[in-house]
Design a protein around this ligand. Structure first.
Ligand code: ADP
Ligand code: TRP
Length: 321
């Protein structure tokens, strides 16, 4: 079973990204033949400057490797290292009705947010379909915001196979991440870089500690019991602490006699410790950029070899060969 997913190089990763997207992707490595790529062509639809794109792609590669992507288990590469994907995207575009793209929420949302409506942004789902189909992927784990793009992909497979023969492309299944709870941000809203309320995965100790201390709390006096329902501190602590430590904090909330400063201190320690091994690995990778380049190059070579086989089959089927 081939599992493939694309990762947006969207800058500094936060705890919401980790529990919502990275951790499930890292765990999926043990399930099958994994293909993971950094969607740098896609990022160009919203990122205009070359230095930012380059830095973000590099940063995301390092962060994912630090957090547990294992190149001995899965193929890890940059989307643009396999430029053949553009050819498949073109072929898919020839069967893709305008209406299908016009209905895509993601495009409409981005335009509503003020992103200029260029052709690449509009054609994004066709390139995403090509990402998936170029490697004969069977399962595609994504967040529910990508559900519609997977439906477009499946539609395009149907059209290609109808027109050019069954088996030209492999029909993929979406695996929508459900039941992944939304991680709250420092203000209690969903943690998101657009809300400026994030707890980054990596950073300097002092500023990160300050962020934890900034978490919004109510004004219950130290000696009184504190409400556990909707507590940002408790919800975050649950992600990092052992079950026993978490239960202890719940008990201390309920009994009173502990201030929010104390709870924040416990949260800080658990959070800092949770990412300690990853921080260490990240420092090693940052000190050895050649290692990161070698991993990406090896991944690209494997991905490209696979892509050539699939693309050749498609070229023949559609009459280009
Ligand atoms: P942001 O909201 O910060 O812009 P992205 O939209 O780039 O984050 O999300 C990248 C991935 O991380 C997506 O798969 C998304 O589902 C996941 N994710 C982002 N924020 C959270 C959160 N607060 N809780 C759970 N998952 C999240
Ligand atoms: N569009 C996806 C996102 O915004 C990223 C992505 C690009 C992707 N190509 C993909 C995901 C192929 C799965 C498969 O998160």
């Amino acid at each position: 079973m081939r599992i493939l997913t694309g990762l947006q190089p969207s800058g500094r990763l936060h705890v919401g990204n980790y529990f919502g997207a990275m951790k499930p992707a890292i765990e999926a490595q043990d399930e099958g033949d994994g293909y993971y790529f950094i969607a740098d062509y896609h990022a160009m639809t919203t990122m205009e400057d070359a230095a930012t794109l380059r830095d973000n792609v590099r940063g995301v590669a390092v962060d994912f490797l630090a957090c547990g992507f294992d190149p001995s288990k899965a193929v890890f590469f940059k989307q643009s290292a396999v430029p053949e994907v553009n050819e498949l995207a073109w072929i898919l575009s020839t069967v893709c009705p305008m209406g299908l793209l016009e209905r895509c929420h993601s495009y409409k949302d981005k335009v509503a947010k003020g992103i200029s409506a260029n052709h690449a942004l509009f054609a994004y789902p066709a390139l995403m379909a090509a990402d998936i189909l170029l490697y004969d992927s069977n399962v595609v784990p994504v967040g529910d915001d990508q559900k519609q793009h997977l439906e477009v992909t499946r539609d395009l497979v149907g059209k290609i196979n109808d027109r050019f023969g069954e088996g030209t492309l492999v029909m993929p299944e979406a695996r929508i991440r459900e039941g992944v709870a939304k991680v709250p941000g420092l203000d209690g809203e969903k943690m998101s870089k657009s809300y400026n309320n994030t707890l980054p995965i990596f950073g300097e100790e002092k500023p990160l500690r300050k962020l934890v201390m900034r978490i919004a709390t109510d004004s219950t006096p130290v000696e009184d019991p504190k409400p556990t329902e909707g507590s940002i501190i408790l919800d975050l602590y649950k992600l990092f602490a052992s079950e026993g430590d978490y239960q202890q904090m719940v008990t201390d909330y309920q009994s009173g006699g502990f201030g929010y400063g104390d709870f924040k201190k416990r949260l800080w320690e658990a959070y800092w410790e949770y990412f300690a091994p990853m921080r260490e690995r990240r420092n090693e990778l940052l000190a050895d950029p050649a290692q990161v380049d070698a991993i990406l190059a090896e991944g690209a070579a494997k991905a490209r070899a696979e892509a050539e086989i699939v693309l050749d089959r498609v070229r023949k089927a559609v009459g280009l060969r």
